[in-house]
Design a protein around this ligand. Structure first.
Ligand SMILES: NC(=O)c1ccc[n+]([C@@H]2O[C@H](COP(=O)([O-])OP(=O)(O)OC[C@H]3O[C@@H](n4cnc5c(N)ncnc54)[C@H](O)[C@@H]3O)[C@@H](O)[C@H]2O)c1
Length: 356
């Protein structure tokens, strides 16, 4: 399938929302439905007005305000929303519109998927990370304590509308958050795309719609080939075994975005690929140099290494008590279910700290 076909198969439509099929889609399928819009405090302030003033039907929607941030992607918030949906009398034929970043789409998707055994939902991602990654592929979920995405179900949104106009109010560090996933998409599939992305020198160039589309198509290809994450789709986890552990470790203290943690995870996991003889020294330095241009290396302590390994032992991708992740077999080529031993992980973390 070409890019356009991949996006279509993942129900993605790109471009200005007012020029899209959004209104016609609502008319065709939800003319008599009640609509609930999930927002967080920031998308409430920055994105909601455009939506409800552009589409008449949405001016009457119930707006559900979720607290901002990963620390609120939890069951307690879901309970409150399910109670409110019940109070409002929301039923099986109604629709949820998730307007926000990955936290809103992950949690809003989960809330919709579980409520009354499943309500239709549309994602309108408003972060770069949401556009190129979190909104695509039907993984919904929430965190359980320090364990990321420990609870969740697979359920596809009925549509995903990507309007890069929403990125206008997104702070630069959040653009970088999404750029980390775009770099990952390049590293696992395409040396040419890697060359293109690493040559970017302005944050505005990361918001380019054709680059967003290319990245979406890479994610779609993985998802469509392996919807339930049994094989090829696992390559999307490159950087995430280590990245999720760093994110969980710092959840309460240092505020590092998901993408920032993934960027650090990419360096550590690339080092492990190098240590296994799969990646050349030049490639490793190319990857760590590019990531360091955009992402700070936090000065964490070697004492944290054991705690990080412990977190990785709980990763959902593990099997037979082994920590499993991805291996980069040259830039643009990734394999999955590679074993990471605690010693290899600690060597990779040491390499990361030395870059500081
Ligand atoms: N389901 C998946 O396949 C998948 C894939 C990758 C990541 N994720 C999840 O996505 C989450 C991270 O997503 P994220 O980085 O988008 O975080 P986020 O949803 O927390 O958004 C980041 C910040 O940007 C704000 N924001 C959003 N849109 C804005 C806008 N247009 N203008 C101004 N501010 C805006 C948010 O309020 C928040 O403060 C994590 O929970 C991660 O686990 C899921």
């Amino acid at each position: 399938m070409n890019s356009e076909e991949l996006l279509k198969a993942c129900h993605i439509e790109n471009g200005s929302l007012v020029d899209s099929s959004f209104q016609a889609f609502l008319n065709a399928h939800y003319a008599n439905s009640r609509i609930v819009i999930m927002v967080d405090e920031n998308t409430h302030d920055c994105c909601l007005e455009y939506l409800i003033t552009s589409f008449v039907q949405l001016s009457e929607a119930e707006v559900m305000l979720l607290p901002v941030g990963e620390e609120n992607k939890v069951m307690e918030v879901c309970f409150q929303v399910w109670e409110a949906l019940t109070e409002y009398g929301i039923g099986r034929d109604d629709l949820i519109v998730n307007l926000g970043g990955g936290v809103v789409t992950d949690m809003g998707g989960f809330i919709a998927a579980v409520y009354k055994r499943g309500l239709d939902f549309i994602h309108i991602p408003t972060t770069l990370l949401g556009m190129v990654d979190a909104s695509i592929g039907g993984k919904t979920g929430i965190d359980l304590g320090i364990y990321k995405n420990q609870l969740g179900v697979f359920k596809e949104p009925v549509k995903i509308y990507t309007d890069a106009g929403f990125l206008g109010s997104l702070p630069d560090h959040q653009i970088l958050n999404g750029f980390a996933e775009m770099l990952k998409h390049a590293l696992i599939t395409s040396a040419d795309l890697w060359l293109e992305l690493k040559s970017i020198s302005r944050i505005d160039d990361m918001k380019d719609m054709s680059r967003i589309k290319t990245s979406q198509a890479i994610k779609c290809n993985a998802v469509l080939n392996d919807p339930l994450d049994k094989g090829f789709r696992k390559t999307l986890n490159f950087g995430h075994t280590v990245g999720h552990a760093i994110e969980g470790f710092y959840l309460d203290s240092l505020v590092l975005s998901h993408g920032h943690c993934v960027a650090l995870g990419i360096i550590v996991e690339s080092y492990m690929s190098f240590a296994k003889g799969l990646l050349s020294k030049e490639e490793l330095e190319d990857i760590s140099g590019t990531i360091r241009t955009w992402f700070e290396i936090p000065a964490f302590d070697e004492l944290a290494f054991d705690a990080l390994v412990e977190l990785m032992k709980n990763d959902k991708k593990n099997s037979a008590n082994k920590i499993l992740g991805c291996a980069l077999e040259g830039i643009g080529n990734c394999s999955w279910d590679a074993e990471y031993t605690p010693t290899e992980i600690k060597e990779g973390l040491k390499y990361l700290l030395k870059l500081n």
